[in-house]
Ligand binder design. Structure first.
Ligand code: ADP
Length: 602
């Protein structure tokens, strides 16, 4: 692109995209203007010598060949030519559009296998594309709808309604009135086939209203001739005829062979219903000629059946037989065994590919989770170190404050008033509380550091805990009940902290005489369920979760000493070991702390 100014190139690309967007808006109207837009786009692409944009403009002209000129083979050729010119990300972006257009052509030509292959490819490329733009959503809606039509015709009942629903939803999401109307028309066809004429008529009238709003002449032709057929069946011939006339007027306006053929086909059916078989055949013959000229095999197939039935009505068995034969041959052509198998195979492959795609999404999500987990561990480590250093460094000045206050108290002993002595005591208790807080914080910050996950014999743990709490136990004449305890997986120091916190709380928050603490356990599956119960003051229901949070206390320090960190430590230990901890009221008063721990493998 030597010599071309970058701004000019950017501007031209934007201009081409705008041209194509306008032409996409004309697609539903089968407007022959599309051709001018794609020609203009091609010229502009030439002026900036861009193969990508050239390709896009050529695919656009393919759409014109398909939808306006019904020149399907030429359209396929152009589509492939255009797509071959594209490269890289641009090609990826437009790949679904290419497949949709190819599928559409094969669809008209009656090659169900290739049709399905390209439609499913479009869905595969688009369904998981994040942040789809309006046009991508529109391609997807069209594909859903076309697949519904394909499956509907090939008798793949399991997928029909699913795709019609998907299409209707997708069209509603982008407020594509033409698409919504098409879905209504399909619902109408469904009811018509079941001879449920009222809902069929209602859907068709709704579809017609939307098409009028959109001024989509080609669809107006289809809906009006369908309405004509329903009115014929309902016995209202006058109304039926006026709708057929409207359809024909639309056909003249858009000059589409396909649509004229469709109208004649419906008019023929209407005459056959009225038993005017010769008139029916006249219409069918015109339709046959038109359908043949554009090569729409699936419409031809149903038409042959209709013609055969009309000849039968006339008593012309020879022709009736000839058309019945044509009909069965066309069916064979559309649905031979090989093609039916190929359809099933393609569907299986598609489903497998979708599964693989989902698995890939899952894999990349897992990778992301692992990355976050790493980052989290890193910042957790930093936090832990920070807490450790901070609490450690706080201890020194605190120890100094407390010792100097005590020295001062001693040297001023006789000179202090009673009030001043009280003040001194407050300072000393304050520093003690703070020391306890810091030491508990240190413990808490050290818990994520698992020293060992080896087997811990809880009988040894209990021995140490009981000896540590000896003074309290003797002072309050506490009874501690436990039988032979198991060996669990965990860290020994952590297990000591856990049992010591729970048992000392059971003693501290207890006014019974004597205070009793029971420790029991049972084994379910691969987990031990432990219970540490007491006959203490209990915990009101509304606090059963709050108490496990750091610094959450239910009483003042004057009433019960403590830091509000003990249970947070217990929870952290249990979380680390992969268990759960909670509290329940004890039946005879007091509370039961319950927790689970994994069984040791050794
Ligand atoms: P503390 O250092 O205050 O005991 P904990 O985290 O161990 O901190 O407990 C938090 C709060 O839970 C305590 O202040 C207390 O109000 C309540 N609590 C804990 N254990 C018991 C128990 N066995 N019986 C009654 N209340 C308890």
């Amino acid at each position: 692109m030597a010599g071309l100014n970058r701004t000019y190139i950017q501007k031209t690309k934007a201009e081409i995209e705008e041209l194509l967007r306008t032409s996409w808006d004309l697609v539903s109207k089968r407007n022959s203007e599309i051709e001018n837009y794609s020609k203009k786009a091609l010229k502009l692409a030439d002026s900036i010598d861009s193969n990508n944009y050239r390709g896009l403009a050529i695919i656009e002209s393919a759409l014109f060949e398909c939808l306006v000129k019904n020149n399907y083979y030429q359209s396929i050729k152009l589509c492939t030519e255009g797509f071959d010119l594209m490269k890289g990300e641009f090609k990826k972006r437009y790949a679904p559009y290419f497949h949709l257009n190819l599928g559409r052509n094969y669809h008209f030509l009656g090659d169900n296998v290739l049709t399905q292959k390209h439609y499913l490819e479009t869905i595969k490329l688009l369904e998981h594309r994040p942040d789809k733009n309006y046009y991508e959503k529109r391609w997807l809606s069209h594909t859903y709808y076309n697949i519904f039509i394909l499956f509907n015709f090939s008798g793949a009942e399991f997928a029909q309604s699913e795709y019609l629903e998907k299409a209707l939803k997708a069209y509603q999401e982008i407020e594509d009135l033409g698409g919504i109307a098409n879905c209504y028309n399909s619902y109408a066809v469904y009811y018509f086939k079941k001879n449920d004429l009222q809902p069929a008529l209602e859907y068709l009238l709704k579809a017609r209203d939307l098409a009028l709003k959109e001024n989509s002449v080609s669809f107006l032709s289809i809906y009006c001739s369908n309405i004509g057929l329903v009115y014929t069946k309902l016995g209202n011939i006058e109304l039926a005829d006026s709708y057929f006339e409207m359809a024909q007027a639309y056909d003249r306006e858009i000059k589409s062979t396909y649509h004229s053929a469709h109208t004649h086909n419906q008019m023929g059916e209407a005459q056959a219903i009225q038993k005017n078989y010769q008139k029916a055949i006249d219409h069918f013959k015109v339709a046959e000629k038109y359908f043949e000229s554009v090569g729409v095999k699936k419409s031809l197939s149903t038409l042959y059946d209709n013609v055969s039935l009309a000849y039968l009505g006339l008593g012309d068995f020879e022709n009736a037989y000839a058309y019945q034969k044509k009909y069965s041959e066309s069916l064979k052509d559309l649905f031979n065994d090989e093609k039916t198998f190929a359809i099933a195979r393609a569907r299986n492959e598609y489903e497998l590919e979708i599964k693989e795609q989902e698995a890939q999404i899952l894999r990349s999500k897992n990778e992301q989770i692992a990355k976050y987990a790493n980052q989290l561990e890193f910042s957790n480590n930093e936090l832990r170190q920070f807490a450790h250093v901070a609490s450690h460094d706080l201890r020194e000045p605190l120890r100094m404050v407390s010792s100097y206050v005590q020295l001062l108290e001693r040297s001023l002993k006789n000179k202090l008033t009673d009030d001043e002595k009280d003040f001194m005591r407050f300072i000393v208790t304050g520093t003690h509380t703070m020391q306890n807080l810091i030491s508990d914080l240190l413990t808490l910050s050290g818990i994520s550091f698992v020293r060992s996950a080896g087997p811990v014999d809880l009988n040894n743990v209990m021995k140490t805990v009981v000896s540590t709490l000896k003074t309290q136990i003797e002072e309050k004449q506490v009874i501690i009940n436990y039988s032979l305890l198991p060996t669990v997986k965990g860290d020994e120091t952590h297990m000591m902290q856990l049992f010591q916190n729970l048992i000392s709380n059971g003693i501290k928050y207890n006014k019974s005489e004597p205070p009793v603490v029971d420790i029991s356990f049972n084994l379910t599956g691969k987990k031990y369920h432990f219970a540490v119960s007491d006959n203490g003051i209990g915990i009101p229901d509304e606090f059963v979760e709050k108490i496990f949070l750091i610094f959450q206390r239910l009483h003042s320090r004057d009433e019960y000493s403590g830091t509000g960190i003990g249970l947070a430590i217990c929870k952290k230990i249990i979380d680390q070991a992969g268990g759960k901890i909670w509290v329940e009221p004890n039946k005879g008063g007091g509370c039961v702390f319950k927790f689970t721990l994994p069984v040791s493998q050794n």
